[in-house]
Ligand binder design. Structure first.
Ligand code: F6P
Length: 441
């Protein structure tokens, strides 16, 4: 099972000998691999929760995959299946559906045991019998199972879920939306007849009631289940956009130097004014907006023109370039060629001497992500190149290893608006444009 661990390595920099401490995600023989078993009636937000969990755990460095039994069904029985296909009284269909669920579980364990860290089994799993079957197979494979049950009796939330995720799904391609909703409601009733909520004697579980208004947990133990639960406790569906931007151009940017805590350069101040003007004129949610910056001068100055209170987070500070702070990439290549090349080899894992790697930055950003998920208000985050890359990768579900190579130009506002299973993106370049910068590696 993966967990955080560290080791020490000797690094020669000119005449000095340093020790590099590396924090990484590594095998921990004590902790078992984990299967998160989704439970709940259709349209209760299971797939939404499963995908959010997968995105968060992947971003933290856990090799995570979702196994969705609905996709197995669509592959075996393509096209629309009317509601009576799901009638538990139809013995033949029930057996076929059980076969599909078993095939998905088998694939899940075949992947998880040798290769993965966390598998998410996304199906209704609404009967004790089905859950006992899953637990038995997980026990035999030597992995832990944790039930994540989504319960919801709020007709408004259910209706919204059906319209947002089911009407446009391949199950109803080409169907009239109102007929699709009607058919889906009948499908839910079939499941409801056989539904048995998870009981305490079935094993550890988290129950999310009415889209996270109430969270109940039972028998949760261990580092990873604890992380899963703390994420779920803060999770809710929000359609409020998140805006990401780097600070305006700084004096260090103009000089081509990395890191530091310089003030904004004249073009950077102009960007701060353009940004504030754009937000007031072009964003209807402006009044409710929360603004977060790092603790560094260039982000605080960028946000200072916006007439809204802002919160400073040290966790949003730029990647710490350690001994290379204040140098240009050209100077690093000349003075520390090994370091320069090592970064080019693996920019995600590379740690600056006495500084940080992108992988380290993820660990310190974890509380920011939790707070971001908890927030119900529109949010503007003014941060730095490496940090915005990582936040953007999280929100867009991009593997974290790719984050160091994402293009996040200065003087560009990125708006990410959540939809059912992801975010819609718009980028707005704002004045003044900045000349192309020298790439780092
Ligand atoms: O150059 C601006 C900057 O924010 C530096 O302070 C930081 O070290 C760098 O970008 C991060 O980008 P990269 O990982 O591509 O070097």
């Amino acid at each position: 099972m993966t967990s955080l661990s560290s080791w020490r390595e000797r690094v020669e920099v000119g005449a000095a000998t340093l020790f590099r401490y590396t924090l990484s995600v590594q095998a921990d023989p004590e902790e078992k691999k984990l299967v998160l078993v989704m439970v709940g009636l259709p349209a209760r937000g299971k797939s939404f929760t499963a995908r959010k969990l997968a995105r968060y755990l992947t971003w933290l460095g856990y090799d995570t995959r979702v196994f969705n039994v609905g996709e197995y069904r669509r592959e075996r029985f393509p096209g629309h299946q009317p509601h009576h296909f799901f009638d538990p009284g139809n013995r033949e269909n029930l057996r076929m559906r059980d076969d599909l669920a078993e095939a998905a579980l088998e694939d899940l364990l075949t992947w998880l045991v040798p290769d993965g860290d966390v598998a998410i089994y996304d199906a209704t799993n609404t009967t004790r019998e089905r859950r006992a079957f899953i637990t038995k197979h997980c026990d035999e494979a030597g992995v832990s199972a944790l039930f994540v049950e989504n319960v919801c009796d709020d007709p408004e939330i259910i209706e919204e879920n059906i319209r947002a995720t089911k009407v446009g799904s391949p199950d109803y391609a080409g169907h009239d939306p109102d007929e699709a909703v009607e058919d889906f409601r009948k499908r839910i009733l079939h499941y409801a007849r056989a539904y048995e909520p998870v009981a305490d004697d079935e094993g550890p579980y988290v129950r999310l009631i009415d889209a996270g208004r109430l969270v109940v947990m039972h028998d949760i133990e261990g580092f990873l289940p604890g992380r899963v639960v703390s994420f779920l406790m803060n999770l809710h569906y929000s359609s409020s956009p998140i805006w990401l931007t780097r600070h305006g151009e700084s004096i260090s940017n103009v000089q081509g130097k990395i890191g530091g805590d310089s003030d904004l350069a004249p073009r950077g101040h102009r960007y701060a004014r353009s940004l504030a003007g754009y937000l007031i004129r072009g964003v209807s949610e402006f009044e409710e907006m929360r603004v977060w910056t790092s603790s560094l001068r260039r982000t605080i100055q960028t946000a200072s023109v916006i007439e809204l209170p802002s919160t400073q987070w040290r966790a949003l500070d730029e990647i710490d370039a350690g001994l290379c702070d204040g140098m240009s990439y050209r100077e690093i290549r000349a003075a520390m060629p090994d370091e320069y090349h090592a970064r080019g080899e693996n920019k995600f894992r590379y740690r600056y001497p006495r500084g940080e790697s992108y992988q380290d930055v993820i660990q310190r950003l974890a509380p920011v992500i939790i707070e971001m998920e908890r927030s119900r208000q529109p949010l503007l985050i003014v941060a730095h190149q490496a940090v915005v890359r990582l936040l953007y990768a999280y929100l867009m579900g991009i593997p974290p290893e790719q984050a160091p190579h994402l293009a996040i130009p200065l003087h560009t506002l990125i708006q990410l608006t959540p939809h059912a299973y992801g975010c819609h993106e718009t980028r707005t370049p704002l004045a003044p444009p900045v000349p192309k910068q020298q790439p780092s590696s």
